[in-house]
Design a protein around this ligand. Sequence first.
Ligand code: DGJ
Length: 543
Amino acid sequence: MKINVCTLLLATSLFATPASRATDLPHIAKSAVGGQLIVDGKPFLMLGGELGNSSAGTAAQADTILPCMAQLHVNTVLMPVAWEQLEPVEGQFDTSILDHWIDVAREQHIHLVLLWFGSWKNAFSNYAPAWVKQDTKRFPRAISVDGTDTEILSTLAPETVQADSRAYSHLLAHVRDKDADQQTVLMVQVENEVGYLGRGRDRSAIANKQFEGAVPATLVHQLQERSTALSPELASHFNPRGRSWKEVFGDAADEVFMAWNYASYIEQVTAAGKRAYALPMYVNAQLPAPAERAGEYPSGGPHPYYLEVYRAAAPSIDLYSPDIYWPNFEYWVQRYKRAGNPVFIPEARIESAPFNAFYAYGEAGAFGFCPFGIDSIEVSADHTAARPAIEQTFGALNDLSEMLIPAQAAGKTRGLVLHADSPRATQTVALGGYLFEATLSRSWPAKTLLTDDGAMTIIQSGPDEFLIAGRGLTLSFWRDPDVDERVAGIGMVEEVSRIGGKWAVVRRLNGDQTNQGRNLSLPATQVRIYRVVLYSIDRAMQH
Ligand code: DGJ
């Protein structure tokens, strides 16, 4: 039976008590290893999901989508807010769609992150209102290398940045008035995957003039000040003794020039929004596909290469985030895991999200991870039907969140993800004096692969005790030789589950289920949580 269970959930939740008045505004607490999102005075683990681009263009869509999100254990929905719908006529604002989404989100105990699709979305400017798009004199476009107008608003147009800032600031002021007490809205993304598409850079007259002129002294100065933080790509091009963009940034000049101009524009929009309501604000990057050149991917976006250029131009931006659709998920996460930049992944490929989430929260200490197109997942009313993979993953992480959040901050979590085509068949992580060696689960005795994907998050919960959540992996445990030369063994394995808010032991694993005390096998297609107690003995005692 596949009826819309989500509508039923909506009906029952209409009587839910609204959240009580929150004290502080949501904010980012930065640390040397990244940081946390603080909501109502406490660190918040965002189990997020970003909606498809056309999923929040009407108020009524909230009624069907948000109850389904709650069932998937999504606690925060990232939803577009389109400039063209907010300000269809210049100076006239309509917030009715957003207001309804906020109301329904509250009923469902879901938070929102707003995606400000203003001047740019995926490089282009199709979310700008018609009155902006039609008036190329007031709101000029970037010009391509062959001299034609692009579909991309110029970063160097004073009226455009003013209009965008005014609309954005109106949006934030409205959210403040409606939501400052309850804080359903936690953060805002400013623009979306900005950058110039096309060869080189914007070739408008003003851009050409600036490009030939001197690089702003403040940029050169800040890059010098933060020389140890520069990416290898920026450091290898940066020549502070030059004057023009070409002299200072060599072959990277076009891209750095665009990065500076996008960041400077975004700073004005962001600062205007923050003056109205100072929620955390971030920008997201469309990452290069393998072998793509700048301009084939949006050139001048907040890529890890030129983040220090963004930081110099846009101090109001709280964090920089990757949208990860490429297979090398771990590489891109690690490029954004930098001092003062908490890991937050606003968009991730939905097919691999149920696995990559374990890596993001466990290994990278992410405060948020959000599969894109989350509303495309079919939610069934039939409770005996297989639960969607992301529901299982988020369900387990939600159960663990009280332990996961402090463990992340203390560096006591690890995670990994393995695929049948991973470069290595075995991956090992170290935690609490032990090594956790993982392979994909295989059948016995045929030893055929039971699954093509496996992943886990490990939380250290005591000196020799660990909570392991995941699926599809077989684990062996070793003592970490960098810690001592003892020999490790399994003391006890319990499958645990949180039922009605309380932890319960579901099974004690032994015999065949632990390969006679030698391994822990996580089920191939179901997420489970285990409490594992390990022990270590002197090597001498083994004989
Ligand atoms: C990245 C964009 O930011 C999203 O809005 C969406 O267009 C996705 N790509 C995928 O289609």
